[in-house]
Design a protein around this ligand. Structure first.
Ligand code: NAP
Length: 245
């Protein structure tokens, strides 16, 4: 389905990003794994992808909050793979706290990675997409950005920003055959959520009565990366077992 396409996936060293990278690879895409901190995790993903799917895969360390680094990284990816067809902005962090006690630097850090990171990567890939007259941009937002969650002023604001950024991007680039959509996951079991104490009753608030898995999000990302979604742009799709409806 994606043979001959190159996908850049940020935050692909683990969790949701790793599952998306593997799913796109399983469907034939060559993969640029972008991570920031832990090289061994990124190399594990690369090994799994190359070993299982016979596509090309390379890893790139890049702090997406830094616009110049994003430009350099995308230039290296284009030089290695010849171009970019799919961009998945998955890199994200949390620094939860009540609004009144949240340090300013924690607000900035989360907005810088989650929102500015997506902006930086879209900008860095933009000319390439315009030249190709083709692009699939998938931004990982959150139900937190749709409804706001107490204790997440920084995170909710960043993800609401990602949703607005998605719509602007869809409007500005649609005429060039570039689609931009957002995925808004609910609670997905990853490193990001492993230390949250949800309480025994949480699961009863999820109509589907289970927590989400990275695979669930990866299946949706595959749809948005594939020709099956060619007439969808500017959309925000919740994937939360019905939690936030
Ligand atoms: P995770 O397991 O903590 O993984 C986060 C990924 O982001 C890692 O690969 C990490 O790489 C990368 N990253 C962090 N800071 C970065 C930076 N400055 N530059 C580049 N990469 C960076 O998180 P996850 O749960 O898979 O979440 C993935 C995305 O889904 C995030 O955008 C998150 O907000 C969103 N989301 C998650 C949930 C959930 O319930 N898990 C729900 C809604 C939305 P390094 O560690 O190598 O830096």
């Amino acid at each position: 389905m994606l043979k001959g396409k190159t996908a850049v996936v940020t935050g692909a060293s683990r969790g949701i990003g790793a599952a998306i990278a593997e799913k796109l690879a399983e469907n034939g895409a060559d993969i640029a794994v972008v991570y920031y901190g832990i090289e061994s995790e990124a190399l594990d993903v690369q090994q799994r992808i190359e070993g299982s799917y016979g596509v090309r895969c390379k890893v790139y360390s890049c702090n997406v909050a830094d616009g110049n680094l994003c430009k350099e990284t995308v230039a290296a990816i284009i030089s290695d793979f010849g171009g970019v067809d799919i961009l998945v902005n998955d890199a994200g962090i949390t620094r939860d706290n009540l609004l009144l006690t949240m340090p300013e630097e924690d607000f900035e850090a989360v907005v810088d990675v989650n929102l500015k990171g997506a902006f930086n990567m879209i900008k860095a890939c933009g000319k390439n997409f315009l030249r190709k007259k083709y692009g699939k941009i998938i931004n990982i937002a959150s139900v937190s950005g749709l409804h706001g969650i107490a204790g997440q002023a920084n995170y909710s604001a960043s993800k609401a920003g990602v949703i607005a950024l998605t719509k602007v991007c869809a409007k500005e680039m649609g005429s060039k055959n570039i689609c931009c959509n957002a995925i808004a996951p609910g609670f997905i079991e990853t490193d990001m959520t492993k230390d949250l104490n949800l309480g025994d009753d949480f699961i009863k608030t999820v109509p589907l009565r289970r927590l989400g898995q990275p695979q669930d999000v990866a299946n949706l990302a595959l749809f948005l990366a594939s020709p099956a979604s060619d007439y969808i742009t500017g959309e925000v799709i919740r994937i939360d077992g019905g939690l936030a409806m």
